[in-house]
Design a protein around this ligand. Structure first.
Ligand code: NIG
Ligand code: FE
Length: 414
């Protein structure tokens, strides 16, 4: 008998089912087991169901009584920029006074501001800072997080950011999916020379990222005033040829056709999509690309929310993620994200759960191992304080995660 853990007597065990992203109307079909238990062995789920028999064989000190509580899959935050130096609190307040995100960026603030601080930070400083952030994520129930480079935009700092994430995975429990995002902005030394900058990334940085296996994904900020559709297509295709899986920051500020490009290139996810066109939504619905929506970014930028309802009704697989970063949205509040998704974006509580678990897992290419509670999957779970998943949006903006379990081990207790 391996290392066991039994979570017993839960008022509800709630989970989407499957090993791929769930599209459209099926997103609301989460399985709700009432008065149920989850049996775990050697870090994996063995079974979900009536636990009366299991309780007789699992040692008492390996049993967690979840009476009156709800068990869900661990949350997958599939889009963040959590490794960075410095802060941009001033810029946040300038935005509140009416300056736009792009105006700040054009004046040398924004991403290039964080770039300077990140270039100047040592790897150990970045690790220390990120450890604190990851601890906060874990407390919100995030058991897997995607993190992007992109605050270096030079060879060494890009690698430093990715190496920091690799090291962090050894030091704490949150699983980290690494994305190379050198094409996050145009650094001052390449101002007005987009093509040369992208060529530098492809020829001088990407091969080293690949060689050291530092990133699974490659991402680009496809946006008016940053990288065009044509530049993004060429760049992402080159990354694909080098063996990277793809992501794209698409249609965040203006309608550019990023959603269509994401579908065309077979990106694992197309993210933001606040301004995706009807054609873009249709293209995503007809593809395997996950539409990753980032409500807290729209909220902090005072932009309209991405049309989640329309996308789900059109048949898209929608994921929700925080986009945690020091600029456009300095928050990793899962409760705030759920509240915005359900209250303002027309998502049901069930759809929000699928978006945060199985579809988040699909958005990082890991739906075969995480994102749902079923036999064979990795035992990543959260236990909520209340007897129904409905409390997630209902107890608005409040963190109700009590216990977090990663690979069958309790890693956080409120
Ligand atoms: O996803 N849009 C580009 N990247 C981030 C913002 C990064 C920053 O402002 O530092 C985003 O919103
Ligand atoms: Fe982002």
């Amino acid at each position: 008998m391996g290392d066991q853990l039994l979570i017993k007597n839960a008022a509800q065990v709630v989970t989407p089912l499957g090993h791929t992203a769930i599209k459209g109307a099926a997103m609301k079909d989460v399985k709700v087991y009432e008065n149920a238990s989850v049996l775990i062995e050697d870090g994996h789920i063995v079974a979900v169901g009536d636990g009366a028999e299991w309780a007789k064989t699992v040692p008492a000190d390996k049993q967690i009584d979840a009476t009156g509580k709800t068990v869900l899959p661990g949350f997958v935050d599939s889009h963040t920029h959590f490794v960075f130096g410095g802060y941009r609190a001033d810029e946040f307040l300038w935005r509140m006074e009416g300056m736009t995100y792009m105006e700040i960026m054009e004046r040398g603030g924004g991403i290039n501001n964080t770039m300077k601080a990140t270039r100047n930070a040592s790897a150990e400083e970045l690790i220390e800072h990120s450890m604190d952030i990851l601890e906060k994520m874990l407390a919100f129930g995030i058991t897997t997080v995607e993190g992007k480079s992109g605050y270096g935009m030079d060879h060494d700092t890009e690698l430093k950011q990715l190496e920091v994430m690799k090291e962090l995975e050894q030091r704490q429990p949150v699983e980290i999916v690494r994305t190379f995002m050198g094409a996050h902005s145009i650094p001052p030394e390449y101002k007005g020379r987009n093509e040369e900058f992208l060529e530098f990334l492809v020829k001088k940085v990407m091969p080293d990222v690949k060689k050291a296996d530092l990133a699974q994904f490659c991402d680009i900020f496809c946006e008016k005033g940053v990288f065009s559709i044509e530049e993004s297509r060429k760049y992402l295709q080159q990354a694909k040829d080098m063996g990277f899986d793809l992501k794209i920051h698409a249609d965040e500020i203006v309608t550019l056709g990023g959603a269509e490009l994401g579908a065309e290139l077979g990106c694992t996810s197309a993210d933001h999509l606040l301004h995706a066109s009807d054609e873009g939504i249709k293209a995503l619905a007809n593809s395997d690309t996950v539409a990753t929506l980032l409500p807290t970014t729209a909220f902090c930028l005072k932009e309209p929310f991405a049309p989640a309802r329309k996308m789900i009704d059109a048949g898209c697989a929608v994921a929700l993620a925080t986009d945690f970063n020091p600029g456009s949205g300095f928050t990793n509040s899962v409760p705030l994200m759920i509240a915005l998704g359900v209250i303002y974006m027309g998502m049901t509580a069930e759809e929000a759960i699928t978006a945060l678990t199985l579809n988040g897992a699909a958005a990082v290419g890991r739906a075969d191992t995480i994102g749902s509670l079923e036999a064979g999957k990795q035992a990543d779970l959260v236990i909520l304080q209340y007897p129904s998943y409905k409390f997630l949006p209902y107890h608005t903006g409040v963190n109700i995660v009590e216990t977090v379990i990663k690979k069958g081990k309790v890693v956080h207790q409120a």
